[in-house]
Design a protein around this ligand. Structure first.
Ligand code: BEZ
Length: 254
């Protein structure tokens, strides 16, 4: 089943601003230089793309969501609707940067092949995505709540959270030299109730339930997660695990 996830820029800004804010260590790993041509793959509403532009990079953003690209263009960015699995660039970029996007891409080899094509020889691919075990408590609770309704949520699961070994093998098979790849646990405080997170990121699961039952479904998932994810101060902390990587298209490659 294809993902039924959609992106509403206003909802995203309210519930997910932390995604870009927590992306700065990845920008540091990229270490962008003035006037470098950089592709921001899965740029969303362009919050991090703007940071790269402000650092003097010649940056292009792509995202599969038309509303998010519209929001990015309103910031004055050069941004295009394009899926990660069908990148349409040829030997053009000094670096491809991607934050919090590739765990939505099930055909990882197609995305990696597109990144390879888009890079100049010697270009770098610097990315962070959900890694093996990411939001496991949330995912298991969603699946259990669907199972109680007689639904198998696995077919609706939109996420791909790879291991280090899996993603490294894919990169190396395409020809990349992997300089760094690691899984990092990053418990992530949410800006509000987990309900906002679920409505923003778990739409594919929620849509498995009839429209009139969705409110109760979300409340049930929230209540089951409270003892697992809410701390003594009432802050919700999502069980994020990141896969962070830096890889090079060797200078002699074509
Ligand atoms: C993320 O943006 O990193 C993310 C989104 C949905 C599920 C897990 C992680």
């Amino acid at each position: 089943m294809a993902s039924t996830q959609t992106w509403d820029p206003d909802r995203y800004a309210k519930n997910a601003r932390f995604v870009a804010e927590l992306g700065m260590p990845l920008v540091e790993l990229l270490a962008p230089r003035q006037a470098e041509r950089i592709l921001d793959l899965g740029c969303g509403d362009g919050a991090l793309t703007m940071k790269l532009a402000a650092m003097g990079c010649d940056v292009v953003g792509v995202d599969s969501s038309a509303p998010q690209i519209e929001a990015a263009r309103k910031l004055g960015l050069d941004a295009w609707v394009m899926s990660a699995e069908a990148l349409n660039y040829e030997t053009e970029f000094d670096a491809v940067f991607s934050n919090a996007a590739l765990h939505w891409v099930k055909r990882a080899d197609d995305a990696i092949a597109g990144v390879w094509r888009a890079l100049k020889p010697g270009g770098r691919f610097v990315a962070e995505m959900g890694g093996c075990g990411c939001v496991e408590k949330i995912r298991a609770t969603l699946l259990a709540a669907l199972a109680r309704r007689g639904r198998d949520g696995k077919a609706a699961d939109p996420w791909y959270f790879p291991t280090v070994e899996d993603y490294r093998a894919r990169l190396e098979r395409r020809g990349f030299r992997v300089d760094y790849i690691a899984l990092l646990a990053r418990p992530t405080p949410l800006p509000g109730d987990v309900t906002g997170w679920l409505e923003t990121f778990a739409e594919s699961f929620i849509k498995c339930v009839d429209e009139h039952g969705r409110k109760a479904f979300i409340a049930e998932v929230r209540d089951a997660l409270a003892p697992k994810l809410r701390d003594a101060n009432g802050t919700w902390i999502a069980d994020y695990v990141r896969l962070r990587l830096s890889a090079i298209k060797p200078p002699a490659a074509r």
